[in-house]
Design a protein around this ligand. Sequence first.
Ligand SMILES: NC(=O)c1ccc[n+]([C@@H]2O[C@H](COP(=O)([O-])OP(=O)(O)OC[C@H]3O[C@@H](n4cnc5c(N)ncnc54)[C@H](OP(=O)(O)O)[C@@H]3O)[C@@H](O)[C@H]2O)c1
Length: 365
Amino acid sequence: MENVSSVHLLTGATGFIGGALALEILDRSPAHLLCLVRASVSQSAQERLLDSLTNAATAYGRSDLEPEIRARCHALRADVGEPDCAIDRLPNVTVQAAWHVAASLSFKLKSRPSTLRHNVEGTANTLKLAKALGASEFNYVSTAFVAGTTTGTILEQPARDPTATNNPYEESKIRAEMLLEEERDCTVRIFRPTIVIGHSKTHAATSLAGLYAAINGAVEYRERKIEALLGDRPLHALGDPQAPMNLIPVDRAVENIWRIRESGSTLRIFHIANATAPTVSELNDTLCEAIGIRPPVLTDNEECLSAVEKIVAEDPRNRFQRPYLSTRRYFDLTHTTAAIGPMASSHPLDAGTLRPYVDWQLQRG
Ligand SMILES: NC(=O)c1ccc[n+]([C@@H]2O[C@H](COP(=O)([O-])OP(=O)(O)OC[C@H]3O[C@@H](n4cnc5c(N)ncnc54)[C@H](OP(=O)(O)O)[C@@H]3O)[C@@H](O)[C@H]2O)c1
């Protein structure tokens, strides 16, 4: 890589968004990617990187990028949660830009110390390494849910209260953003995606989180025949039917991230959100129809739940999803629109366009 004119540092390339972002960068620029990757028991970091990016390229209908993956993607064995990212020796390379996407998506209270280590210390460690390698810009993929417990219109403004959150994941992402607020040497951009779903054309995703966890939960509900315990009564669950469910396809998310960077905007925080998001009720109906179960009746009143429904509601996965199903939040897009225009955030997802994403996951099994 020594004679290469442009190198970008990237974390999280073996994951859902980082993999899609790697393909976007390969497609849109001649840059080489230096990727911080953990090795596994059976595979080296480089093998893992090539396998996962090739898999992502296949899933997104971009097998044409395979030669670029092999030629321009270089793994550096690292763990961002460890001091100095657990790298013994700095590679002899200068990087122009850093993209920090890696994170733990665990929301469990018992995993809080590990989530904070991966996401907060992980951000500090990656920033330190990026600067040591000469990066003049640090692009951080955060989450729109640094909004925490705030409702209503959420502005593209700094998040400063790590105590007003629904889980340690949100807390960790706020603390990571706060840490970056102190940074003065590098240009920092913070991208805040909402809930990322599969590719807009192939509908494939390399993720088991977010929408995919919800689909798997609903399938499990069907398989365990819980509906039969309810008799004629449809399941009642906690949620607000009219709350927006801000889903955005992965290719549109990474395209917007890249275009904002290329726009030269001097703004700092950008929502990567859908201006035309469906509602909880629309998603609920589409998902249940695809799975073949009766759509639950959504209510904000816990007293309306039967004993069985209370057990379903208290399942940790359902408890985790509750704030996202019952809160009306509207992600303001002023900065993103100023950088790349209003159409970039318009991804209408009505029942007809949502269904193939659900079907794709059901076929994956
Ligand atoms: N998915 C969403 O809907 C969504 C929405 C908003 C924001 N985000 C944000 O987007 C980012 C990526 O999320 P994702 O959905 O792509 O997650 P993901 O599929 O779980 O990928 C996480 C990536 O981070 C890497 N990673 C985690 N800990 C690491 C460590 N200690 N050292 C090195 N690499 C590490 C993982 O590597 P391994 O392969 O080794 O595990 C993997 O490549 C996160 O920052 C998340 O907060 C995601």
